[in-house]
Design a protein around this ligand. Structure first.
Ligand SMILES: NC(=O)c1ccc[n+]([C@@H]2O[C@H](COP(=O)([O-])OP(=O)(O)OC[C@H]3O[C@@H](n4cnc5c(N)ncnc54)[C@H](O)[C@@H]3O)[C@@H](O)[C@H]2O)c1
Length: 284
């Protein structure tokens, strides 16, 4: 897509972090926005942060609820006259081992992070086909190609999003719909603050401590992430890494797929073991 001006963009998770920054960046490019989130206050703050004159509608949508996502797609088309771009960005995380996590907690993450993206893709696809050019942007993560211990539902869901994106790219090759699989590294947002801190493996005691630690190591701002994503859309990138840490992880994973994973697991969990004074890292 060469220009986003006057394009209708539907965006989930627009009430915070990367979603908010994307809404602002897209409004600057002249896009018409249909912003969705479960958090009404967050959405309102995003609207207030948009440049004057932006065309925007807001929608309370829980992306884990299939019918809500399909109803939203219909509403967007009614209100904006069509839709050119869907960005499936909403996400949540949790901290717990595979052994200890309940199925309810596992499904909470998986339903939002994977099924939310699947519903958003399938609900909007028929409408994208009606436009001269369409674009699907699904936010995966570095966790979509590299798992971190204590994040199993997130790792699995983000790998599934990556697989969904690659399959879409294959299946839509003959259509005028582009697909971008986005893999951010650490972005300084509320993702850890909003996570279910069930029983962290990395030694952190609660969500506030985990968030403070995450804020120290997350190397990219949401604004920079949004600029990279928008520039990736304009270049029709199929796979987009966001942040220097994402490039580093990608390179090390290609070079030493299993040994690097084992090393990260050992380093991250070291602090959780009795008598170990090292500081474990934390990543989403
Ligand atoms: N922050 C990072 O380091 C990082 C790294 C890689 C990928 N990501 C991904 O980026 C995306 C955005 O996350 P963020 O970092 O901006 O986090 P964030 O917590 O700041 O924002 C997430 C937004 O999603 C919304 N949301 C949560 N559950 C929802 C639901 N069921 N339906 C609709 N909206 C819902 C929240 O209300 C919030 O506004 C997520 O998919 C996340 O997994 C983030």
């Amino acid at each position: 897509m060469k220009s986003l001006a006057n394009k209708v963009v539907a965006l989930t998770g627009a009430g915070s972090g990367i979603g908010r920054a994307l809404a602002i960046e897209l409004a600057r490019k002249g896009s018409h926005l249909a912003l969705a989130d479960v958090n009404a206050d967050g959405l309102q703050e995003t609207v207030e942060a948009l440049p004057p004159g932006a065309t925007v509608s807001t929608h309370i949508v829980d992306v884990a609820q299939k019918q809500q996502v399909y109803d939203w797609a219909d509403t967007v088309v009614k209100q904006h006259g069509g839709v050119d771009v869907i960005i499936n960005n909403a996400g949540v995380a949790s901290q717990c081992s595979i052994e200890d996590i309940s199925y309810d907690d596992f499904n909470w993450v998986f339903d939002i992070v994977f099924y939310g993206v699947l519903y958003g893709t399938k609900a909007f696809l028929p409408y994208l086909h009606q436009r001269p050019e369409g674009h699907i942007i699904n936010i995966s993560s570095v966790n979509g190609f590299f798992p971190f211990p204590g994040n199993s539902p997130y790792n699995c869901a983000k790998h599934a999003v990556k697989a969904l994106n690659q399959t879409l790219i294959q299946e839509l090759a003959g259509a005028n719909i582009h697909v971008t699989s986005v893999h951010p590294g650490g972005i300084k947002t509320n993702i850890v603050r909003n996570a279910r801190h069930i029983k962290a493996l990395d030694g952190t005691r609660d969500a506030a401590e985990a968030a403070a630690r995450f804020d120290k190591i997350a190397s990219t701002t949401p604004e920079k992430a949004a600029q990279t994503i928008v520039s990736g859309i304009l270049k029709n990138k199929q796979r987009l890494l966001v942040g220097t840490d994402a490039y580093l992880l990608d390179g090390l994973t290609r070079l030493f797929p299993q040994r690097f994973s084992n090393l990260v697991g050992r380093v991250m969990l070291r602090g959780a073991r009795p008598g170990d004074k090292s500081s474990p890292a934390h990543r989403i």
